[in-house]
Design a protein around this ligand. Structure first.
Ligand code: MD3
Ligand code: FE
Length: 206
């Protein structure tokens, strides 16, 4: 098992027709596994982002904490399968990494944001996180491994893929804002972000 290779931005990895196909695929998927409203552990304060997942595991946040689980928190059903187009992306940009288990689907309405945080609910950090942006452009902020490290800002546009491996895997990051009217992909505006992850340590074989 290999991996790592810091931060990679692949601008417009998906061209417009493929973005449209992805949105169509996501529409079907979200009818099976509807967006839910996550809340912060302890405080119960709602996120401004709504979420769903596909793959064998999904990330959820509720009053009790953050965790990965096999079932949708509202319907109780298993998450839908990860579409082939996302598996193919993973194999292309994370060759040699164990198979992805979770794809978190974040939906940002105009005005939604995501505060600076680290992603550390997974059991392994050797595999990268792979992100796909669809719809309106977002201002993305990324810093270092501690909250006080300096941050830089960049734009993520529709079709862009980001691969976060190596030391950037544990970097603080967030979405400052979604820029209204910057894409025509989603009829009612807003932004979708997909994050593909390996959650569990692969079992030793051979
Ligand atoms: C940098 N999502 O779901 S994607 C998240 O656009 C999340 O919805 C943002 O942060 C979004 O946890 C950012 C780009 C991204 C994803 C994972 C990272 C950047 C990352 C993990 C480590 C460092
Ligand atoms: Fe994150």
């Amino acid at each position: 098992m290999t991996t790592s290779s810091g931060f990679r931005l692949l601008p417009e990895y998906f061209d417009r027709p493929l973005q449209q196909q992805l949105v169509d695929t996501l529409r079907d998927l979200l009818s099976e596994a509807p967006l839910f409203q996550p809340v912060m552990p302890r405080t119960g304060k709602a996120f401004s982002v709504r979420m769903s997942n596909c793959g064998s595991l999904g990330w959820v946040s509720d009053i009790n904490g953050y965790r990965y689980q096999a079932n949708h928190p509202v319907t109780g059903k298993p998450w839908p399968q990860m579409p082939d187009v996302l598996r193919d992306l993973w194999h292309d940009v994370a060759p040699g990494a164990p198979e992805p288990e979770a794809c978190l689907i974040n939906f940002y309405e105009p005005g939604a944001r995501m505060g600076l945080h680290q992603d550390r609910d997974e059991e392994m950090f050797e595999a990268p996180v792979v992100s796909v942006s669809l719809g309106d452009t977002a201002t993305f902020r990324i810093g270092g491994q501690t909250r006080k490290d300096p941050t830089r800002s960049m734009r993520l546009a529709s079709g862009d893929v980001v691969v976060l491996g190596g030391e950037t895997r544990l970097a603080f990051h967030g979405i400052d804002r979604v820029l209204d009217g910057t894409s025509t992909l989603l009829k009612n505006g807003g932004r979708i972000n997909l994050t593909l992850r390996r959650v569990t340590k692969p079992s030793q074989t051979s």
